[in-house]
Design a protein around this ligand. Sequence first.
Ligand SMILES: Nc1nc2c(c(CN[C@H]3C=C[C@H](O)[C@@H]3O)cn2[C@@H]2O[C@H](COP(=O)(O)O)[C@@H](O)[C@H]2O)c(=O)[nH]1
Length: 378
Amino acid sequence: MIHVWAPIKLSSAKSFGLRHSISRLFSISYFGNTKSKMQGYMSPRETARLIADTCLDVKINMEGVKKVANIMYNCVKNKKYSLQSWCEHELNPKSMDKAAVEWVFVADTLNFSFWSADSEKCFVEYKGKQHSGYWSLAAALNRALDEGIPITDPSYYASISREDFLKVFRSDSEYDMPMLDERLEVLREAGKVLLQKYDGSFVNCIRHCEKSAQRLIKLVVNDFPSYRDMLEYNGKKVSFLKRVQILIADVWGCCEGQSYGEFSDIDTVTMFADYRIPQALVYFGALEYSDKLMDYMNRGEVMKTGDRYENEIRGCSIWVTELICEETKKMLAQDESLKSALMNSILIDHYLWDYRRELAEEEEMKKIPFHRIRCIYY
Ligand SMILES: Nc1nc2c(c(CN[C@H]3C=C[C@H](O)[C@@H]3O)cn2[C@@H]2O[C@H](COP(=O)(O)O)[C@@H](O)[C@H]2O)c(=O)[nH]1
């Protein structure tokens, strides 16, 4: 098996981290791929436990864990947050069919790195509302579809021109969505794989996996290089797999756990290690940063893929969400009427993400820095 590294020429001087991410992206195995790309790598849950046990600048606070668990318990008790919440987002597709799954696949293939300086935000206007961050991506997809552009059809986006791509993801502010070059490459690559191997539909990837989320994770990591959110860390092969796990969670959510979204092992999916959930976890006191790390982040330093700080934040975020999930399940089990209620790390993640979004302008939340990094993995 020969690896051909075909790093793309980056449009401007980018950090090593980005070049590293892109070169990881284009390692192409020419003589087929008999061995799983994940072979020898720790799962995100094992990775999280290892990092939580060995980290230096991030701490888990069990008081905060119990606080969030109590919030999640009350969400279930008062029917405030559930699997149905996914479809309630105005920009998320509601058809629960193949078209919705294809939409989710494109959205999560491009679901990374939206942060920018507050004064340099990309906005996409859709149906009279301005959307920023991740929602600017969702709005751009819906705007394109309304304009008759088949942006969720792999036979279109596998060979989309740069001009057409930039039209689809055009900003309605003077600032572009970050990493447009990388998004174009990643989208074309994903479309080509779907055409070459899965008859042009992500639904066929799902069909290959017999309702197993873990099998689908392996299939996506094997065949779609941009999803390989994995690295060597302190001599260990670790994985966070943020985008492939959120892809599966969003298919689960958009189909409300039925049809294409039915996975027998969905509870094995961990929280998605992005740069927003850690803010919410610190806000609730479930995670604590050392003064040194807090100072570093408050200076707005940009991290590089693989930095110790980055991995400690991502690993502890996953692990503390697992602990929150366990605590929540214990509380539900003590309540006769709720003991069989659905609870998993996905619901906790989505709740915390939405909560952080809602409080984005609130002083207490704004005081908590997020870790800045440019990469295609989250
Ligand atoms: N852990 C986690 N990370 C998530 C999401 C989502 C969107 N999912 C929503 C859609 C339907 C569901 O109901 C979810 O609520 C985006 N991101 C990540 O956040 C970052 C962007 O943030 P901001 O700059 O504020 O827009 C970026 O890394 C992006 O990859 C999530 O759910 N969980």
